[in-house]
Design a protein around this ligand. Structure first.
Ligand SMILES: Nc1ncnc2c1ncn2[C@@H]1O[C@H](COP(=O)(O)OP(=O)(O)OP(=O)(O)O)[C@@H](O)[C@H]1O
Length: 343
């Protein structure tokens, strides 16, 4: 479990103070995969650096499994570091050392007996799928393989927490996918709590249980991935969600909606989970004698649950439209007028 309590971080830049973190309150429960997303300069790196013991917060507290790590002595920091694994965007491997040696490094530093190092590194190489690459050097491997070594190295000290700093940002989409799958296995099979920072909403959708959106050093929105993706409140969150949900309305449609001379009744209908499979709209059309014109639609999956999104024009008497919308909402399907979406 990782807890941030009123954490601030202020840097001195010449004569100016830069307030990188402005009172972060965040709890990552044990066993969760928690993603923090934000644009460049939002404070993501500053946040993760307060957990990996490279920076102390200017004020506030960071607790790992109940222990306040912002107050540790030097020797306690060394001990606690073993409990916190970290992987990086550019892997941070030693190019002059073999794959075996890179993974063994934290164990060598902890004076682990040679035999035990051999056994542990072998097990880790098997786990990350690189059993036959032990004697290679990092330069001989692909980006995805390098990140697998980074993950194996981070696991060597049996940490309870893994921090991921833009771990897939330097990788192509297919490799990103395989690394995210490996991180999910790390979480499930080793029961390691994962805190990741990223600027890619696709990464959050793929593996996170919860997400916090960071802006100007503040958490502006947080919640389960499902809730944030289906009902984002803040404009920045909405931008991130739209970047991956592919529900941007085409320009021609926006023009139509915005036209003040046309009196449209256009709604966004959101189907979640079991409701996706229902033939709801055809029943509504028949029962209320309405013409329904589907202008736009897509269906996707969020945390294993289907999620559908339709933009529908309702044509018919206003009273019948209102009754139809009430009926739709009774089916636990959200219906929201599109006007504010289009403005
Ligand atoms: N060592 C430092 N000295 C002075 N200012 C800093 C320092 N590190 C970060 N900052 C400033 O703090 C703010 C937050 O930076 P941070 O690197 O934490 O954001 P970020 O979300 O990780 O951005 P990016 O995605 O670009 O890495 C920025 O305004 C940055 O310029």
């Amino acid at each position: 479990m990782i807890e941030f309590k009123k954490v601030t971080k202020t840097y001195q830049s010449g004569k100016e103070d830069v307030h990188a973190l402005n009172g972060i309150d965040l709890t990552v429960e044990t066993g969760e995969i928690y993603g923090v997303i934000g644009f460049s300069g939002a404070g993501k790196s500053s946040l993760i650096r307060t957990v990996n013991l490279l920076e102390r917060p200017s004020s506030g507290h960071v607790l790992i499994n109940g222990k306040d790590i912002s107050k540790l002595s030097a020797s306690e920091i060394r001990k606690t570091r073993k409990d916190i694994g970290m992987i990086f965007q550019h892997f941070n491997l030693l190019n002059s050392k073999t794959v075996f040696h890179n993974i063994a490094m934290p164990l060598i530093l902890a004076n682990t007996p040679k035999r035990q190092i051999k056994e542990q590194v072998k097990e880790l190489l098997d786990f990350v799928g690189l059993a036959d690459q032990a004697e290679k050097y990092p330069d001989q491997l692909s980006g995805g393989q390098k990140q697998r070594i980074g993950i194996a190295r981070a696991l060597a000290t049996n940490p309870s927490v893994l921090l991921c700093d833009e771990a897939t940002s330097a990788l192509d989409p297919q490799t990103t996918q395989s690394i995210l799958e490996l991180l999910r296995r790390v979480n499930r099979e080793y029961n390691i709590t994962i805190l990741l920072i990223t600027h890619e909403m696709g990464v959050i959708r793929e593996i996170c249980d919860k997400v916090a959106v960071l802006e100007a050093g503040k958490v502006i929105e947080q919640g389960t991935v499902f809730d944030i993706f289906t009902n984002p409140q803040q404009p920045t969150t909405q931008r991130f969600v739209r970047s991956v949900m592919n529900d941007e309305l085409p320009e021609s449609l926006l023009k139509k909606i915005r036209d003040p001379n046309q009196n449209h009744t256009i709604y966004r209908i959101q189907f979640i989970g079991a409701s996706v499979g229902q033939p709801l709209m055809s029943r509504i059309s028949r029962e209320y004698n309405l013409d329904l014109n589907v202008l736009f639609g897509n269906i996707t999956e969020l945390q294993g649950e289907p999620y559908g999104n339709l933009i529908v024009e309702f044509n018919g008497p206003a009273r019948e439209i209102q009754k139809a919308l009430a009926d739709i909402r009774l089916n636990e399907v959200q219906a929201e007028e599109v006007r504010n979406y289009a403005s």
